[in-house]
Ligand binder design. Structure first.
Ligand code: FAD
Length: 324
């Protein structure tokens, strides 16, 4: 049965995050030929971003522009999106499993008295059933979930469900909704970004990660260079963060970020279970470690036993040659 499905879009510094387009693709699967309605909150003209959502497969988009929605707060976005949900009565809601998605969706689900399937890595529709796959036990196993009655509410993990190809011949209505926002209890004074180059780790296609084997903050420089040659970004193990070689915003793992890039290059990382919890579902894993017994080799597709300070520059040269 076809459904009306809302997609809660997410923007950063004036551009939509890629996971918004992936959520639209997931919503199209859930809607089964029904309507996919984008929702976008912010301050100023949101028309252009609304248009992008249409080009990626939203049937129409509702924008809510309000100075109180300039930066994300649970209270502000919660009220704005809830108003849209009340007016639209969707049968499904999809959002990215991002920091904002993880904060906003449980609050909405609780208010709507609905369930929530979080962190889905796959959505499949079959004969009217919609089945979500999600990791459990820190990614060591996967479970299948289905909502058989009521609102289909889910968050999707970035980089897992492919977005549709952008098609600027697609057309859809973009309407602006006025929502009165009140009682925002959080005051955002400033937003400080600490990632190495502004690329969000959870959406990066290529990650070059360093561990304690990198030995110093200067030791991260060849990794940054390799990441830049590959069009990727740098991540780290907690060992490297604890040692003060890099900022905790780069930490990948159970208590850091969960990533699923196309390529993960682990340099001087032993492969502790808590680190694997954040990266073992990467599509291709390359490990560089001087210890042939290191656990990281058990999850690696390609392993290089050697000193990272020899291997990384050589790898970089080879890649540069290939690009010429
Ligand atoms: P190490 O284990 O010290 O490994 C360093 C590796 O570098 C070794 O394998 C060594 O052979 C290699 N090496 C050294 N020099 C070189 C060189 N020149 N060239 C090549 N290889 C070299 N960890 C995380 O990463 N993320 C988490 O989210 C996380 N959460 C945790 C939560 C809890 C509750 C706990 C208890 C721990 C958590 N940890 C986490 C920590 C985790 O258990 C490990 O301590 C940590 O991952 C180790 O980091 P590492 O691999 O960089 O360091």
């Amino acid at each position: 049965m076809s459904k009306k499905v809302l997609v809660i879009g997410e923007a950063r510094e004036g551009s939509l995050r890629n996971v918004t387009f992936e959520a639209i693709a997931a919503a199209n699967i859930v809607s089964d030929g029904g309507e996919v309605v984008g929702v976008l909150c912010g301050d100023g003209d949101l028309n252009e971003m609304g248009q992008e959502m249409v080009y990626y497969g939203a049937s129409r988009v509702i924008t809510i522009s309000n100075p109180d929605l300039k930066t994300y707060t649970s209270d502000g976005y919660g009220q704005a999106v809830y108003r849209v949900i009340e007016d639209e009565s969707p049968e499904g809601i999809i959002m990215g499993h991002t920091a904002i998605g993880k904060d906003l969706t449980p609050k909405l689900a609780s208010k709507l008295e609905s369930g929530l399937i979080s962190d889905a890595t796959e959505v499949v529709a079959d004969s009217g059933r919609v089945v979500f796959t999600r990791p459990i036990y820190s990614g060591k196993a996967f479970e299948k979930k289905e909502i058989t009655d009521g609102l289909v509410f889910a968050t999707i993990r970035p980089n897992n469900i492919p977005a549709f190809t952008r098609d600027d011949s697609l057309a859809g209505n973009i309407s602006e909704k006025e929502v009165e926002i009140s009682n925002i209890r959080t005051i955002i004074k400033d937003v400080l970004r600490k990632s190495s180059d502004g690329v969000d780790l959870s959406e990066a296609k290529v990650i070059v990660a360093g561990g304690r084997g990198v030995k110093s903050s200067e030791g991260f420089e060849p990794l940054e260079e390799l990441a830049s040659v590959l069009g990727g970004t740098v991540g780290a193990s907690r060992g490297a963060c604890d040692a003060g070689y890099c900022d905790y915003s780069l930490q990948i793992g159970q208590t850091g970020k969960v990533v699923t890039p196309d390529l993960y290059i682990a340099c001087g990382i032993s492969g502790a279970i808590q680190h694997l919890a954040g990266m073992s579902n990467s599509k291709v894993i390359v490990a560089i470690n001087k210890d042939p017994e290191a656990n990281i080799f058990n999850v690696a597709d390609y392993g290089i036993v050697g000193d990272l300070f020899d291997v990384v520059p050589k790898l970089m040269e080879e890649i540069k040659q290939m690009k010429v």
